[in-house]
Ligand binder design. Sequence first.
Ligand code: V0D
Length: 258
Amino acid sequence: MINKLKLWKKQPQSSNLQERMTLIKEQQIPSHVAIIMDGNGRWAKKRALPRVAGHHEGMKVVRKITKLANELGIQALTLYAFSTENWKRPKLEVDYLMKLPEEFLGSFLPELIEENVKVTMIGEKENLPSHTLKAIEKAMVDTKDNTGLVLNFALNYGSRAEMVSAMKQVMIDCEAGVLDVEEITEETFANYLMTKGLGDPDLLIRTSGEIRLSNFMLWQLAYTEFWFTDVLWPDFAEEHFVQAMEDYQNRQRRFGGV
Ligand code: V0D
């Protein structure tokens, strides 16, 4: 009995995960998953580390989850990396955050290309440091023809600003006679948003125990399933993502049918 228990305990987590992933792949996979990656600062504080250490650890998790999402056949993964509110943080922290895209792409872009991942971005490019923008734009160019997972970074993004800017462009097009007022529908309006062509998220994950949207994709999340966890983003692992997928599929089974 003791031996049996030991054997059971020794089961490597990975093989168990592989089995769960196989089952997930046999059912309906969400096409588009969005994640609010919260709790990096709190993770660092718990360890008496500077906040930036949490951000750096969080970056490693982005790599892990991207790989997993791609393996599962998810078509798009939108990650909320920097909100328009985040500019209010101490300058040194913001400066550090703005170096993360370069560091991330510096080590992972070859792998992303290898894995057929396409890098995209939503958010205001205008206020980003040029070194940050340069790195992201190079990644977008280098991966533009890739047909696998769309890895979409929301950076300097705010949903209300996105909708106001869409509204302005709608007005401009109407005044120019390119668009008729009668043609403004939910579908045409969606084409003025930065997420044009992406499709709405099927599943939203938010880590770190906060139960709110924080101005993230308000239009696009109208019909999305929400999944919240107390796990802090740097602690978020494959098993948590797999759990979110299983819960999503259970909801689809229970409520999804006609
Ligand atoms: C910090 C947790 C990857 C959230 C993840 C500038 C906060 C790690 C990127 C990244 C950030 C962005 C664009 C790109 C490639 C990588 C990133 C920021 C913060 C904000 F093309 N992680 N990451 N960007 N963190």
